[in-house]
Design a protein around this ligand. Structure first.
Ligand SMILES: *Cc1c(COP(=O)(O)O)cnc(C)c1O
Length: 339
């Protein structure tokens, strides 16, 4: 039986669920792993994660489909991206097959927390890993924990699908040859000041430029960016310091193969954004959020939408969520059913 939760009014917050998956790495190998009811973690005061932020994470969702199945979306890509994060952070890799198995087991164990179809809510899954043994000299840990919990969530941005305003900050997100392309906790620690400052000044998010030249569009603190040109091409920044969003990769596929649009992944000079007709943020948490305005030190670029969101943005949103919720046929391998 589904839990007694006010699904329609959920925010994007943490609610403790019944089970999480835990596996420990020690003496050079992962243990078998298991579901646990224990939500608290005990570790050394000198744990590598606490001293040197040796941690990375992933984010994906499970849904109830229109015909009542429980599914999740492309967990194989999250598994692969986490492997890349772990390699960059000198952490042991959690094997892809085991990652997917952990996702399916955790959703199944918490199936009563998967929001019903049509509520607008979803089950957000948070896999992560951290160095857990005592490390005082700067070096990688020897022991690690892989953990995966889930929490039911509503919309990421308050106000649902209203177009948001971004600002171009004086802060950078990612250095060339740094860690911008991996989902390392450290990227988010250092973005907190920038996001608090943006919120204090009335903006929803920061739109970062490339830190080397401050001339090209990169992404926000937690989402990639897509634009639509006046002739309906979907364009997105290409850069080695952007996090490779699974939502963005899926949207580009949908644009090309479901909507018959041209797509381009290329360098996007900031100077060009005034020429586009639509702009939106994309990521698992918010799927696709229309951007209405971008402010750069007093200079504004605005996007005008008739119904709160761009026409192509809306089509992309409907098609991708249609695939996720089982209203549209999915490309082979995108949907994993939890039985
Ligand atoms: C997680 C994340 C995204 C979105 O990736 P998805 O796989 O689509 O959820 C985009 N940018 C940053 C910086 C992120 O951390």
């Amino acid at each position: 039986m589904k839990k007694d939760i006010d699904w329609k009014n959920l925010g994007f917050g943490y609610i403790k669920t019944d089970y999480r998956y835990v596996s420990n790495f020690k003496d050079g190998k992962w243990d078998e792993g298991e579901l646990s009811t224990e939500d608290m973690i005990t570790m050394s005061e000198c744990a590598c994660v606490l001293q040197y932020a040796q941690t990375c994470f992933e984010g994906l969702k499970a849904y109830t489909t229109v015909d009542g199945r429980t599914v999740c979306f492309r967990p194989d890509l999250n598994a692969e991206r986490m492997i890349q994060s772990c390699e960059r952070l000198e952490m042991p890799v959690f094997p892809k097959e085991r990652f997917i198995d952990a996702v399916l087991k955790t959703v199944k164990a918490n199936v009563d927390f998967v929001p019903p179809y049509g509520t607008g809510a979803t089950l957000y899954l948070r896999p992560y890993m951290f160095g857990s043994d005592a490390i005082i000299g700067v070096k990688p840990a020897h022991e690690y924990q892989f953990r995966l919990f889930c929490t039911p969530v509503g919309p990421y941005f308050k106000g649902g699908t209203e177009a948001i305003t971004l600002r171009v900050p004086d802060f950078d997100r990612a250095a060339p040859h740094g860690t911008g392309h991996v989902k390392a906790g450290l990227n988010y620690a250092m973005s907190l000041h920038a996001i608090v400052d943006a919120h204090n000044q009335g903006y929803s998010e920061n739109m970062y430029l490339d830190s080397a030249t401050r001339t090209n569009v990169e992404e926000t603190g937690g989402a990639n960016i897509i634009f639509v040109t006046k002739d309906n091409k979907v364009v997105t920044p290409k850069s080695t310091t952007i996090l490779p969003s699974i939502t963005r990769r899926s949207l580009l596929y949908v644009a090309e193969h479901y909507l018959g649009l041209q797509v381009e992944e290329r360098v996007i000079p900031y100077e060009e954004i005034k020429d586009f007709r639509e702009c939106a943020l994309c990521g698992t948490a918010a799927v696709l959020s229309p951007v209405g305005k971008i402010v750069n030190h007093g200079e504004e670029v605005t996007y005008k939408y008739e119904n709160g969101t761009g026409e192509i943005t809306q089509k992309l949103y409907e098609t991708l969520t249609g695939i996720q919720m089982g209203r549209l046929e999915a490309p082979e391998g995108w949907i994993y059913e939890i039985k």
